[in-house]
Write a protein that binds this ligand. Structure first.
Ligand code: ADP
Ligand code: MG
Length: 241
């Protein structure tokens, strides 16, 4: 579904992604780990078409994602519907007057019938156990509540791939567990999951493959979870991130 070939990205002079090559198949659950500043969020922005590589190629479903691709509304829309992105910072994601409107926004933009939008919103509110927040102003919610609403606003669009950048930050233990179970169910239902996290125990519950970045913004490891289980040294390193 996604293919990255020798990707570089530089915000300024130095690379924030340094020669990244990756293939991610439909339905895979992949965790991205690495020290702060290693490039995980930058990679996610690139996968979501928010930034474009300085060098290298990014293919989404065999189509090259470049400035020309993203300028075509039909192509850009196809990418943004297929890939749902839950930002690290929920404040940049939430802009509607109520939680209900926030969850309805995506499906409304897709042109779904009002009763279908309503059904999706109600289903996602229930799935995330945030029915009690439906009429609240997203801006005024706690960090953890915002994160759940951001996830809800992505789930109502029913994306093929869900990209979550450090989704557990600010969530209570109960909500972290709820999210983990939800991601497991979504993956079993065939959804792809990409997750950046520092928590190895949680990564092991959600992902079946782990990609590790280093401080030089390179990928140092890319291995199935089963293989990682046989590498105690690497696990010790990851547990200290
Ligand atoms: P991670 O998500 O792994 O913590 P990031 O992708 O956020 O890492 O950052 C990778 C590198 O890019 C870091 O060196 C960071 O300082 C730099 N960086 C991130 N965002 C910006 C930005 N908007 N402008 C300049 N440098 C940035
Ligand atoms: Mg980050």
């Amino acid at each position: 579904m996604l293919n990255l070939q020798h990707i570089h990205y530089a915000y300024t002079q130095t690379d924030s992604l340094n020669d990244i090559s990756l293939t991610i198949d439909a339905g895979e659950a992949v965790a991205f780990m690495g020290p702060n500043g290693s490039g995980k969020s930058t990679l996610f922005k690139l996968i979501n078409g928010l930034i474009q590589p300085s060098a290298g190629q990014y293919y989404f479903k065999d189509q090259l994602v470049d400035a020309r691709f993203l300028k075509k509304p039909t192509q850009a829309t196809a990418l943004h519907r297929a890939i749902g992105f839950v930002f690290q910072n929920s404040d940049v994601q939430l802009f509607n007057e109520t939680v209900r409107a926030e969850l309805a926004f995506g499906p409304e933009q897709m042109g779904l019938a009002p009763d279908e939008v309503q059904t999706r919103v109600d289903d996602c509110l229930a799935l995330l156990q945030i029915e009690h927040l439906a009429d609240r102003v997203p801006y005024q919610l706690s960090g953890g509540e915002k994160k759940l609403v951001a996830l809800g606003s992505v789930l109502t669009m029913n994306p093929e791939l869900i990209v979550l950048d450090e989704p557990f930050n600010g969530l209570s233990a109960a909500y972290q567990t709820l999210i983990i179970h939800l991601l497991q169910q979504l993956n079993q239902a065939g959804k792809g999951i990409l997750i950046a996290s520092h928590n190895l125990a949680q990564v092991k519950q959600v992902a079946k493959r782990v990609v590790v970045f280093n401080e030089d913004h390179q990928v140092t490891h890319d291995l199935p979870l089963a293989k990682l289980e046989q590498e105690p040294e690497l696990q010790r390193t990851l547990a200290l991130l």
